[in-house]
Design a protein around this ligand. Structure first.
Ligand SMILES: [Zn+2]
Length: 471
């Protein structure tokens, strides 16, 4: 069967309604009944109120989930029966949260207390639906998919969403939801149940791109050193020991990589598009004569850029010459990043009153998600380098990028030394690397990245447009 977005939206809206009702109910009762109570009394009353809310709105959410479960199972010819469960919200953890929020009451902030508790109750409504689905699937041996809205920027949700229809045992033990998580669980059969707009295969492809890009994932030695520095007690927390620890570190690094990509790209593959800001429009970089429908590195060869001589038209008007400026090589970088789901925005150079570049102010080339980066497109050396300095261009790229972070204009017009936030994108599209060792290049980059090093982060884009991210 095919589940449409309309059906899923209706399901989400049904849950939202219950969740909003729980919010109003809890907030109203807390303001009514907890005013003037001691912290201990207020805590006790709050536990009752949130518990009542779970009993009413949580159960309604479970029923909505169970209905969808039954509907899909019967459409798919799966023999299964749903249930509504008693203890989907863990009482001990609820108690702990209510206790934590009681801190608001100590400060006499009853509005804050009501707000926190009503948010909690709203979360428990969604959580009840989520748990209900997982348990019904588990009991009936039905697979399920975790489906995110696609607006979420959480790497954890993306990872779990990309797994398609799996059994409960195949999801990790930590399958739950975080605050403001809009993920839902949908039962189904792998290969048979289709969800409109849900593309786990493509999501896995993009996850693989993030895996590939986290070349900056601390190499074995670094992770090992961290493990060795831990106490026995800390190590005991990782059941499965070193192997588990390194797996978790790896997964964390890839999730962090996913989180710097555009979320719509992650979920649907739609490229975010390069934003050319006023004063840094595309023509100021260079225009391509022809551009392929999808990203093709060959498009960015110098011969494919528009260059023309000065011409005089019949009517006497003069068409000025078009020459390639300094930054035409950036166009490849913009598009390669966009193709890998980075939302790139070009940054105009700060101008003085008469429209000239401001003196003494340095300005990094682009912003990715509000973070500044400098692009260094390295070229072939004018002279054949000696074997000793064949990799020197990497150091030069880092140092030149640092210079561009030394005097950055802030919003208030003051300039700031941002060298400790240097981020550099090194493109080797226009440099022949055939006599160089790729691992050595990576080592040269990696040892310059990190706290107290030459840059906070670095990205290497090779001639194919492959992105590797070091941090
Ligand atoms: Zn989520």
């Amino acid at each position: 069967m095919r589940i449409t977005q309309t059906e899923l939206n209706r399901y989400r809206q049904d849950l939202d309604r219950r969740s909003n009702a729980a919010k109003a109910y809890v907030s109203g009762r807390v303001l009514d009944e907890c005013r003037g109570l001691s912290v201990a009394e207020a805590r006790k009353r709050a536990l009752e109120i949130v518990g009542d809310s779970n009993g009413v709105f949580g159960d309604q959410a479970q029923t909505i989930a169970a209905d969808l479960f039954d509907e899909i199972c019967s459409a798919e010819g799966i023999d299964a029966t749903s249930e509504v469960f008693d203890d989907v919200i863990d009482y001990a953890s609820m108690e702990e949260k209510v206790r934590y929020y009681a801190g608001d009451m100590k400060d006499g902030d009853i509005n804050g207390y009501a707000g926190s508790l009503s948010d909690l109750a709203a979360f428990y409504v969604k959580r009840s639906a989520y748990e209900n689905m997982v348990r019904n699937c588990d009991r009936n041996n039905v697979r399920y998919a975790r489906v995110a809205t696609g607006r979420e920027t959480c790497g954890w949700c993306f990872m779990l969403s990309s797994r398609d229809f799996v059994y409960h045992s195949e999801q990790t033990a930590e399958h739950g939801m975080h605050a403001h998580c809009d993920c839902i669980v949908v039962p189904g059969r792998r290969g048979a149940t289709k969800i409109q707009g849900y593309d786990p295969e493509g999501m896995r492809r993009r996850w693989a791109m993030c895996v590939d890009a986290s070349g900056g994932y601390p190499d074995g030695t670094e992770v090992r050193a961290r493990w060795d520095a831990m106490t026995d007690e800390e190590r005991a927390a990782y059941k499965g020991g070193w192997k588990r620890f390194s797996q978790l570190e790896y997964s964390r690094a890839v999730r962090a990589e996913a989180e710097v990509r555009d979320s719509s790209w992650l979920y649907t593959g739609k490229e975010p598009g390069v934003k050319y800001a006023p004063g840094a429009e595309l023509p100021t970089y260079g225009l391509l004569k022809k551009k392929s429908a999808s990203f093709n590195p060959d498009d960015y060869s110098p011969a494919n850029f528009v260059v023309s001589k000065k011409r005089t038209l019949k009517d006497g008007n003069v068409v000025p010459a078009v020459e390639l400026g300094n930054e035409w090589k950036d166009v490849f970088v913009h598009d390669a990043l966009n193709h890998s789901g980075f939302a790139v925005m070009t940054m105009p150079k700060p101008k003085d009153g008469s429209g000239h570049d401001k003196k003494g102010v340095t300005s990094p080339d682009v912003s990715i998600g509000g973070v500044l980066w400098e692009i260094k497109s390295v070229e072939n050396p004018k002279q054949q380098p000696t074997s000793k300095n064949r990799y020197k261009f990497i150091n030069a790229a880092f140092e030149s990028a640092r210079d561009n972070f030394s005097n950055v204009e802030a919003a208030d017009g003051e300039t700031v030394d941002m060298r400790d936030k240097t981020r550099v994108i090194i493109s080797t599209r226009y440099r022949d690397l055939s006599d160089l060792d790729e691992h050595r290049i990576e080592d040269e980059i990696r040892r310059r990245v990190g706290p107290g090093k030459r840059a906070a982060e670095a990205i290497w884009i090779d001639s194919s447009g492959r992105v590797r991210h070091y941090r």
